[in-house]
Design a binder for this molecule. Structure first.
Ligand code: MG
Length: 159
């Protein structure tokens, strides 16, 4: 059985705004996340985990931030591409597990919506999609509220 694991990690800094987009879900907050696309740090980590499992580089290689085409892009485009690439390589995503690291906003209440949105984008059952969150105990840049970090693991199984 051919099983591939990949990991992804991403950080976006806070900037002006009234919400953040995490796993495709609009989460009200007193700041936004800065980035070239919609700055969905969690979806970027998941996408990179899938590219990683395929040894197919990272999001920046497939969607260069220097290309104005991807300005304000919805990150679902990136995740859909990674899943489609896996399919072309004859792999399917078995599960993903993501951790969002921040003090605020509180993630827990939004997890079911995040699982539902990721399930829709990836064509993957919700019980194969884990989204969880932790603070960094007020330490470091996430602890100081300067931004949000996210990490993810993806397992791919050969079709
Ligand atoms: Mg990113």
């Amino acid at each position: 059985m051919d099983i591939r694991l990949g990991n992804g990690f991403d950080v976006h800094r806070f900037g002006p705004g009234n919400h953040v987009t995490l796993c495709g879900v609009h989460v009200p907050h007193d700041r936004g996340l800065a980035g070239h696309s919609d700055a969905d740090v969690a979806m970027h980590a998941i996408t990179d985990a899938i590219y990683g499992a395929l040894a197919e580089g990272d999001i920046g290689q497939h969607f260069p931030p220097t290309d104005p085409k991807w300005k304000d892009a919805e990150s679902a485009t990136f995740l859909e591409h990674a899943v489609a690439l896996a399919d072309r390589r004859r792999f399917r995503v078995a599960n993903v597990d993501a951790t969002i690291i921040c003090e605020f906003p509180k993630i827990g209440p939004h997890v079911p919506a995040m699982q539902a949105r990721l399930s829709e984008i990836m064509g993957l059952a919700r019980d194969r999609i884990s989204v969880k969150a932790t603070t960094s105990e007020q330490l470091g840049f996430t602890g100081r509220g300067e931004g949000i970090a996210a990490m993810a693991t993806a397992a791919l199984v050969a079709n």
